[in-house]
Write a protein that binds this ligand. Structure first.
Ligand code: SF4
Length: 426
C-alpha cells in the first residue's frame, strides 16, 4: 500500500476572484480549459492586463493565464471584464476548471467537459489543484493529471476505446469515446468520496476529534487533506474502483502504456486535411503587449502546457505568414531556439521566497542548443516543475546548484551556463 502524503496548508490556489498576494502585487489566475482561446479573448486579456496589471500575460504549466500586479481596487472590474468576454463562465467553479488537453488535438470534449463540470454543484468543492486531462492519444498530457482520458489502440475489429487513467496509472477501465465526459465526472466524484472516507477514518483514529469539527482529522498539528489522487492512500486504485462501480463497468487487465517525453510543438506542423499548425515558444512564458497584439488577429490561439502557443488549422501559406509574424514579434518558431525546453518560476521580484531573479539569470545563461528540459527555480519549493525528466537549476542565495535527472544530487556551480549546457545533454 502506498503511503498518503498530506499537506498542512489550506487550498489557496489563486483565481480570477481570489487573488494571490504576490510580492509584486496581487496575482490573478484565469483558467483556460484546454488552453483554448480566441483572438478576441487575447485582446480582452491584453486590455485588462494593461489597465489593471503590469501589462503582461503569463502562461502557466497548466496552460492557464496569469495577470500580475493587479491593483486591489481592480478586482471587481477584472472579474466583470473576464465574465463579459466569456472567460469566467462560472463564479462557483472558476477554481476547478482545470482541464488539460493535447494542444494539437481538436478535441470538442473540452467544451463539453467544461460545461458539465460547471453544471455539477458538488464538483465546485474539488481542490484547485485537481487536474482533468483529455489526451489526443499522444500521451502528452494524460500522465500528469489526476483523471485523464487517453485513446488506446485495440485489437483489429474491436471498437476504439478510451482508457481512464488515475494519477497516470491504468486500472484497466475503458469507456467508449462518447462516454468520456460522464466517466471523468464520475472519477472526480469518486475522488471526493474516497477523500471523505479516508478523512473519516483519520478522524476516528484521532482521540477527541469530531468529523464536523473544524480541525477534524488533525493529527500532530497537520490537517489530513489530500488535494490530488496520488496524495490519497492507494489513491489511483481506490478511486478507479469507485469510478468503475459508479459507471457499472468491470475493469479489464491494466496495460503498461508508453509514456513519451512530451516536447513543446514548435515550427510548422502538418495536420490532417492538408492543414498546418504553427507552434511558438514564449520565452519564460511571458507574453508582452506587442506579442498579444499580434495574436489578437488569429481566429484561435491554443496555450500549451509548455508555456507556448499553437495556431492550428491554417493553410500552408497562412502558416508561413504567421511564423514570420510571430518571429518578428519576438516569439520563437525555430526548433533550435535557445529557449526550447527552458522554463522558470516567478523568481524575484514576483515571489518573496525567491533567492534570485531567476528569469534574468536564465536569460543570461541560456545558450543555443537543445536537450533535456531545464527549469529554473528561486528556492527549493520548485514551483512549476515539469512532470517529466528535466534539469533543475535552483538558486541558493550565493549562486545556483544544478541537478540532472540521472544524477545523484545537486552540483554547486559558479559558472551556470556551461554546467546547464552539459546537464541538458544527459
Ligand atoms: S520556486 Fe520558490 S521562488 Fe519560485 S515561485 Fe515557487 S516559492 Fe517562489
Amino acid at each position: 500500500m502506498s503511503q498518503p502524503s498530506t499537506r498542512a496548508d489550506v487550498d489557496a490556489c489563486p483565481g480570477a476572484l481570489r487573488l494571490h498576494a504576490a510580492a509584486d502585487g496581487p496575482l490573478a489566475r484565469v483558467r483556460v480549459p484546454g488552453g483554448r482561446l480566441t483572438g478576441a479573448h487575447v485582446r480582452v486579456l491584453r486590455e485588462l492586463a494593461g489597465r489593471w496589471g503590469d501589462g503582461h500575460v503569463e502562461l502557466t504549466s497548466r496552460a492557464n493565464l496569469q495577470l500580475r500586479a493587479v491593483r486591489d481596487a481592480a478586482a471587481a472590474g477584472l472579474a466583470a471584464g473576464l465574465e463579459a468576454a466569456g472567460l469566467l463562465p462560472s463564479r462557483t467553479h472558476e477554481l476547478v476548471r482545470n482541464i488539460a488537453a493535447s494542444p494539437l488535438g481538436g478535441d470538442p470534449a473540452v467544451d463539453r467537459l467544461d460545461r458539465a463540470l460547471c453544471a455539477d454543484s458538488r464538483l465546485a468543492s474539488l481542490p484547485g489543484r485537481f487536474l482533468f486531462a483529455l489526451d489526443s492519444g499522444l500521451g502528452d498530457v494524460a500522465f500528469s493529471a489526476d483523471v485523464a482520458a487517453l485513446p488506446v489502440h485495440t485489437h483489429e475489429g474491436h471498437p476504439a476505446a478510451v482508457a481512464i487513467l488515475f494519477a497516470g496509472a491504468d486500472a484497466g477501465l475503458r469507456v467508449a469515446p462518447d462516454a468520456v465526459v460522464p466517466a471523468l465526472l464520475a472519477a472526480a466524484h469518486a475522488f471526493l468520496d474516497e477523500r471523505a472516507a479516508q478523512r473519516t477514518t483519520a478522524v476516528e483514529a484521532t482521540p477527541g476529534s469530531r468529523a464536523d469539527a473544524p480541525d477534524a482529522g488533525v493529527a500532530d498539528g497537520r490537517r489530513q487533506v489530500a488535494w490530488r489522487v496520488r496524495e490519497l492512500a492507494d489513491g489511483p486504485a481506490r478511486v478507479a474502483a469507485r469510478t468503475a462501480a459508479a459507471l457499472g463497468v468491470r475493469p479489464g487487465p491494466a496495460a503498461v502504456l508508453p509514456r513519451p517525453v512530451p516536447r513543446e510543438p514548435i515550427g510548422l506542423i502538418e495536420q490532417p486535411g492538408g492543414r498546418v499548425a504553427v507552434g511558438a515558444l514564449v520565452p519564460l512564458g511571458r507574453l508582452r503587449p506587442v506579442q498579444l497584439r499580434v495574436l489578437e488577429s488569429a481566429a484561435t490561439v491554443t496555450v500549451t502546457p509548455w508555456r507556448g502557443i499553437v495556431l492550428r488549422g491554417l493553410t500552408p501559406e497562412a502558416a508561413r505568414n504567421w511564423a514570420a509574424a510571430l518571429t518578428e514579434a519576438g516569439l520563437e518558431v525555430a526548433a533550435g531556439s535557445r529557449w526550447a525546453g527552458v522554463t522558470a518560476c516567478a523568481g524575484r521580484p514576483g515571489c518573496a521566497k525567491s533567492l534570485a531573479d531567476v528569469r534574468h539569470d536564465a536569460d543570461a545563461a541560456t545558450t543555443a542548443g537543445t536537450g533535456l528540459p531545464v527549469h529554473w527555480v528561486g528556492c527549493a519549493r520548485g514551483c512549476g516543475s515539469p512532470a517529466g525528466p528535466h534539469v533543475r537549476v535552483e538558486a541558493t542565495g550565493s549562486g545556483y546548484r544544478v541537478r540532472s535527472p540521472g544524477g545523484s544530487g545537486f552540483a554547486a556551480v559558479t559558472e551556470v551556463g556551461a554546467l546547464v549546457s552539459a546537464a541538458r545533454k544527459g
